[in-house]
Ligand binder design. Structure first.
Ligand code: ATP
Ligand code: MG
Length: 105
C-alpha cells in the first residue's frame, strides 16, 4: 500500500503522515516514510528527534553537493538514507528541489 499526504501549507500534512505511519507500524506493518517536503521535518513527528532528523536532511543534501552517490535501487536507498523511529517507521528524506522559483513550490 502506498499513501501520499498532500495539501496546502499548514493543513496538517506532516502531523497526519506521521500519525498514520506510526499507527500502521505499531500494528505490525513494515512502514517506510519518505519526506518529500521542501521543509523536511517529518522526522520530528515520527519521534526521531531533531539531531537525527537533521542528519537525514544532511545526507540528502550530500547528494546535491556531490559528496555521496545516489543509491542504485530501493533497498539500498532505504538502507543508506533511512533511519528508524521509535515505533519502527523507517524514514528517508528524499526532497529534491533545485533552484525553486519564488512562491509555493
Ligand atoms: N488535527 C489537528 N488538530 C489541531 N492541530 C493540528 C492538527 N493537525 C495539525 N495540527 C497543528 O497544525 C500545525 C500544522 O500542522 P503540520 O505541520 O502537520 O502541517 P503541514 O501541512 O505539514 O505544514 P507545512 O505546510 O508547513 O509543512 C501544527 O502546529 C500542528 O500541531
Ligand atoms: Mg509539513
Amino acid at each position: 500500500m502506498k499513501l501520499a499526504v498532500v495539501g496546502k501549507g499548514g493543513a496538517g500534512k506532516t502531523t497526519t503522515a506521521a500519525a498514520v505511519a506510526r499507527a500502521l507500524a505499531r500494528g505490525g506493518a513494515s512502514v517506510v516514510a519518505l519526506d518529500c517536503d521542501t521543509n523536511p521535518n517529518l522526522g520530528i513527528s515520527l519521534g526521531l528527534g531533531e539531531q537525527e532528523t537533521e542528519r537525514l536532511v544532511s545526507l540528502r543534501e550530500s547528494l546535491d553537493d556531490g559528496d555521496a552517490e545516489h543509491a542504485p535501487g530501493w533497498d539500498e536507498l532505504v538502507d543508506r538514507f533511512g533511519s528508524d523511529g521509535p515505533d519502527g517507521v523507517r524514514l528517508a528524506v528524499v526532497t529534491a528541489l533545485q533552484n525553486p522559483e519564488p512562491g509555493c513550490p
